[in-house]
Ligand binder design. Structure first.
Ligand code: DLL
Length: 435
């Protein structure tokens, strides 16, 4: 196991290490980051007040908007000269968030990404085709550093150019594919369209994340590509990928909690919840130098699994991500995460795992339309069959989510494919709402 000592620390030792690191980190940011000092002062908390891990609950949260307000370097805890690399979120919904890395941070990133890829036993014999985007996005570089740390051969192809992806897999005998789950599916589909059997490609394992994906989607990817697909998690605000990953048990994602301390809070009240209860993941970096973060509200919904894992790692796991608080759709008073809809669609035979969810408003009534692509075989069937299947999917969606949705089966290849993070939900109410 990569960095076995760190990953198998007995739980009491892990807690002691976390507390020691937390105290050091809070004292450090109090000294060096005026933003955090002001926040802690306003809450009446001094670094000396943090005597146990539960005292962390006294520290104010940090939100994405806090980070945007101080763009780009307002949360820096080192001299600018010590920063050797920056990455950013895409900033599609406002100003981006910056993550500034020192040499020490890059070393940490390589280690946690080494741990991640080691979950699938990646080593110097492997060829890692890294189809996450290189650039300001954290996916490309994060995977790259981890693969390099393990001594694997990295093909830094970045996302896109699917024909070349396929050619590279064949020419180099790629054994490890890293990209978003939606892109993995697209590559499989593309290979099949070229008359190849995607499962016969040399790929052995894949590490997929950066967007929500259901277990059903995982099964589909594993089956089509003939690989084991690991779920990997991370976010720009904390370090990028490398916050947590599934091990070979594929039952929850181990958090690298010697570096990133997790809490689950009630998303409405912010009150910490016990292990096992579902809520919003809040993360505190314990060892980051450049961009340390205290109690970051990730908006990701999950729960902590404290049970020991047969793999021997002692870190707590999180259940695979269930959605984001800001992705939850409220339709006629019913709450639903897009992933719940995906789960239903992927269980249906004769449709493809390509779909689009549109929420709109008809007068005062919310409407939900789910478009799904037909398989080629269904496409050539009778119209009556198609209509019958639409009604069957609607019934299934109703029984799973309690929602009355309209299902429309659309022609094969008509829903846009994604090379990065897929956009599948379109909420038109937001633009049509009258103020
Ligand atoms: O997506 C970092 C990353 C790159 C993770 C490559 C995994 C692989 P951001 O662009 O800042 O960073 O987006 C972070 O993406 O808060 C989650 O909502 C979502 N996300 C990331 N991994 C998963 C996953 C990268 N495995 C946001 N399952 C996070 C579900 C995920 N959602």
């Amino acid at each position: 196991m990569w960095n076995e000592a760190a990953q198998t620390l007995p739980v009491p030792d892990l807690r002691a290490l976390q507390l020691e690191r937390l105290r050091t980190q809070i004292a450090r940011v109090y000294d060096r980051v005026p933003f955090y000092r002001a926040r802690l002062d306003a809450a009446g908390v001094t670094p000396a007040d943090i005597r146990s891990l539960t005292d962390l609950a006294r520290v104010p949260f940090t939100s994405k908007s806090d980070m945007r307000e101080v763009f780009p370097f307002g949360l820096l805890a080192v001299d600018r000269d010590e920063v050797v690399e920056v990455h950013m979120s895409s900033g599609t919904t406002g100003k981006p968030v910056v993550d500034a890395y020192t040499r020490g941070d890059l070393d940490l990133w390589s280690d946690v990404m080494g741990r991640t890829l080691d979950m699938g036993e990646v080593g110097d014999h492997d060829i890692v085709q890294n189809a996450y985007g290189y650039g300001l996005f954290t996916g490309g570089f994060g995977v790259h550093y981890g693969a390099e740390r393990l001594g694997a051969l990295v093909l830094p192809v970045s996302s896109g150019n699917t024909h070349r992806q396929l050619t590279l897999i064949q020419d180099f005998g790629t054994t490890v594919l890293t990209c978003t789950p939606s892109y993995a599916l697209y590559i499989a589909e593309y290979a099949a369209k070229q008359g190849l059997d995607p499962a016969a490609l040399p790929l052995r394992v894949g590490f997929f994340g950066a967007e929500p994906w259901s277990l059903e989607m995982r099964d589909e990817i594993e089956r089509r590509l003939g690989i084991r697909a690991f779920d990997i998690y991370g976010l720009t605000e904390i370090i990028g990928p490398g916050v947590g990953s599934e091990c070979a048990q594929q039952d929850g994602l181990h958090l690298f909690e010697d570096h990133f301390y997790p809490e689950i809070v009630d998303p409405d009240t912010g009150v910490p919840l016990p292990d096992g209860e579902t809520g919003e993941l809040v993360l505190t970096t314990l060892t980051r130098e450049g961009s340390p973060v205290l109690r970051y509200r990730t908006r990701d919904i999950t729960y902590l699994m404290p049970e020991p894992c047969p793999c021997g790692r002692t870190s707590r796991r999180i259940h695979r991500l269930m959605g984001r608080t800001d992705d939850m759709l409220i339709i006629r008073g019913v709450n639903v995460f897009p992933q719940q809809i995906e789960e239903v669609l992927l269980r249906v035979q004769r449709v493809e795992p390509h779909y689009r969810i549109t929420v709109d408003r008809d007068g005062t009534m919310d409407t939900l339309t789910v478009e799904v692509e037909m398989s080629d075989e269904l496409f050539s069937d009778d119209l009556a069959d198609v209509i019958a299947l639409e009604r069957a999917i609607e019934r299934e969606l109703h029984s799973e989510t309690g929602l009355q949705a309209r299902c429309v089966l659309v022609n094969p290849q008509t829903i846009e494919r994604s090379e990065g993070k897929a956009k599948r939900v379109f909420d038109r109410r937001k633009v049509t709402t009258h103020v």
